[in-house]
Write a protein that binds this ligand. Sequence first.
Ligand code: GTP
Length: 572
Amino acid sequence: NGFDLAQYRLRAATDRAAGLEEGWRVLADGVFQGNPAGERMLLWYMGAAAIGASEDDALDAITTRLERLAREHEDEVARSYAGFLRGARLIDAGDARAGLVMVLEAANRVFAQDDPLARITAAGELCSAYIAADLAQTALEHCHRYRRLAQASGDAVFMARADYLDASALSRAGQPQQAIERWQGARQHFLALGLKGLAARTAGSMAGDLIIIERHAEALAMAQEALDAAIAVSSPISMAISRGVRADALVGLKRYDEAQTELDQALALVAPMEQPLLLGDLLQTQADLLLAVEGDSPRAREVQARALALKDTGMHLGDGQELESLELKFREREQQLQIRELETEKRAQELALEQARLEAERSEAALARQRQVMWAVGILILALIAGLAVVIRLLRAQRRLAEALRVQAYRDALTGIPNRRALNELAGALLPEPDSEERGHVLMMTDLDYFKSINDRYGHPFGDQVLATVAELLQSLVPATALVTRMGGEEFALLCPDLGKAGAIELASSIRRAVGSLVLESRGERVLVTISIGVAVFGPGTRDFSAWIRAADAALYRAKAAGRNCVELAAD
Ligand SMILES: Nc1nc2c(ncn2[C@@H]2O[C@H](COP(=O)(O)OP(=O)(O)OP(=O)(O)O)[C@@H](O)[C@H]2O)c(=O)[nH]1
């Protein structure tokens, strides 16, 4: 609905009269129509302002409205809030017993509800009620609970009020030094919240404790601050309290005339109010003043007696049994609540633990998976490297094999010299152009004579040995540039570049002689080998390689025909 309750709470706490006026206006405008929870909070803040301002009529109207809200919406919290307000008013009016019973009953109702905010409020009201009833020790216990709940809520206003209430209780318990510390805490809180009026009111309260430890001058200044704030919001009760404290401080400072003036003004303010405790305090100051000025006079004694009587009615609790049983009930309820809270907390912790365990398991599993993947990747990489090495080795082996095969393809296995294929390829490269001047190339075809009979007589292995020996011999005899090849069987071809006809005849003759002189032995016998040679010099009639071979072959044929162991030259 656009109405900021949190801001209103601060406004009403600072200027109670203005807060009340605004509250009534808001209610009349129907701002909280159909919003009972909002109306309840507004009425509660208004009620607190009415108590603080001692506006009894307003307080009555507010509690009546809260009770109607409780009836219409079966709102136990609203009923309790009405109880807190009525109880506080009763205590202020001097009926501490009835007031406390009411506040305790209301707190018991709230603690049976599941409303954390209302519970904090209830704890604060209990603390406040016991302070007002001057039962400082019990108040301190309740204040302690309130402080705990306020801190847990994180609400700055609650925490400031916790300090304020603690200080009030400590002050009542006769611990001014500790009280002053708490007053200062509350003051800091209020100033931080921008609540100067409340900070000033706190200063006024602190002044009372400063007087007890005889820091009168400071007390006077603090009380002045509080008085200024009270005048600013035209709060008669706050003005009366501040003036009373100032009077006390002035008595302490022996400024009796000023003290009397303050006191008179304070008494005039309190006269129309029903505030026996406050009036009792003021009369006590008056008695002190009279004692200081006049000594032990009948007037002083009379005032002292009136003060004591007022303060006594204020504190009279009568039969405390009902109170005790209510306190007991409250404490039992609170204990049950704490047990419930502990159980909830324990369940939450168990849940969190379980979740953490599951989370840990999940991340453990994820880690394990990751490790597995990493292992797999590692193994794969190793396998790849190993595989690559194998492939490289295979490729190398293949290349070596290919090389070996290539070499074998051009080499005769038995003698180790080049074969017919090598001759064909080399001759192609060596073959000059048909019309060229290079006519010195020589091709010789040689063939061992009657080789079959050597095989037959001495065995094939011996024949092999003869072939190898002849191959070796041929290679040793030809020039370095010549090529000796085995054409097959016992036939060898010799290609000799630039040898010329004469050189050819000379070489062929020496080959023939050398073969014939070979000393070969088998089965204790000397074996004689001879060779026939056909020589063809590359000439005009030689068109190509096959023609050249044919010419050499023809010459060889003629050598065989001529009786073997001789050299024949092909025709030009
Ligand atoms: N030991 C051995 N014998 C071979 C090899 N190749 C061919 N021969 C043999 O060589 C002989 C060739 O015989 P022929 O062609 O009749 O010629 P020849 O006995 O030498 O007679 P002419 O050439 O006419 O003088 C055959 O008996 C073949 O078996 C070989 O690599 N090793």
